[in-house]
Design a protein around this ligand. Structure first.
Ligand SMILES: C[S@@+](CC[C@H](N)C(=O)[O-])C[C@H]1O[C@@H](n2cnc3c(N)ncnc32)[C@H](O)[C@@H]1O
Length: 275
């Protein structure tokens, strides 16, 4: 049923709220039997790239820049690597790309994907709308190129490309992915944070949309695991589901700011006991 030859890997994207550091805690859920795996909010893809592939796989994000990059990693990995290898990030280049960002629709898919990856690896915390690492003045000890390791990035791009073969990539709203019928489907749901989502992602969700998500999941026949920041609004929306507070897991967006530290919940309709 599952392809045992698929190698697990890491995403080349840095992503606010990425699950890359807590992937082990997700394993009991990711290991449940499923024929189809869907991620309606794939973001950097940390979970998909780290797990074993199912027979059918569907990755989705409403942010077109993300799905563009995934599509190019899948179909033109060597062209993308060539661009990465010949680029040395500078503030001048960053400023040029930032000025031209509004016309991103005019670029061919490869150029567009590359520029998105460039911002992701040179911006503070990988946040699309943030300033470059080290600031425009570059006075910090951390410089704009400190997360740009071309060989490492190309290595990841090529591995991810392999993993994306036969994987469906779409740019829909989450509703289309959750409501689609299917057999033995597992939904991995990692939406924007309820409280801080609007400051982290260009595409985020309103409280009404979070409520609609909760309603759709309540009605869904598919198994799901949702990870989300712990707050009273979320606990109330999901009072009908199993809510688990994983031990010793704090998410940190910027480890230097203690007010950014919070707790995340696991919410699921799977009957599972987590150690
Ligand atoms: C928390 S991030 C996902 C992080 C990802 N799991 C990782 O580990 O890298 C949430 C994602 O939801 C996407 N998103 C926001 N609103 C959406 C919507 N209505 N439908 C689909 N995706 C949406 C954002 O673009 C963002 O990439």
């Amino acid at each position: 049923m599952k392809n045992k030859n698929e190698k697990n890997t890491r995403s080349p994207l840095r992503f606010p709220g990425s699950k890359s550091k807590v992937i082990k805690k997700l394993h009991p859920f990711l290991s449940i039997d499923h024929d189809e795996y869907r991620e309606p909010f794939v973001g950097g893809g940390a979970i998909f790239f780290a797990k074993q592939k199912a027979s059918h796989n569907w990755l989705n994000d409403k942010d077109e820049n993300i799905t563009h990059l995934f599509e190019v990693m899948k179909t033109q990995p060597y062209d993308l690597c060539e661009m990465v290898l010949k680029t040395q990030p500078t503030v001048e280049l960053w400023q040029k790309y930032r000025l031209e960002r509004e016309q991103i629709d005019l670029y061919d898919p490869l150029e567009r994907a590359f520029r998105f990856l460039f911002f992701n690896r040179t911006n503070y915390s990988g946040i699309y709308n943030a300033n470059p690492i080290g600031g425009i003045e570059q006075k910090s000890q951390y410089k704009i190129f400190c997360r740009w390791n071309p060989e490492m990035l190309c290595n990841l791009i090529l591995k991810c490309s392999q993993k994306l073969i036969d994987t469906r990539i779409t740019n829909f709203d989450f509703r289309n992915v959750i409501t689609k019928e299917g057999e033995n489907v597992f939904l991995m749901i990692d939406p924007p944070y309820y409280k801080k989502g609007s400051s982290l992602y260009p595409v985020y969700m309103t409280p009404e949309e979070h409520l609609q998500l909760a309603e759709l999941l309540r009605e869904s026949r598919h198994s799901f695991l949702l990870t989300i920041d712990d707050c009273p609004e979320i606990r109330e929306m999901y009072s009908w589901a199993q809510i688990i507070l994983p031990r010793e897991w704090h998410y940190t967006i910027n480890s230097k700011k203690s007010d950014n530290i919070g707790k995340e919940l696991f919410i699921t309709n799977i009957n599972i006991i987590v150690p």
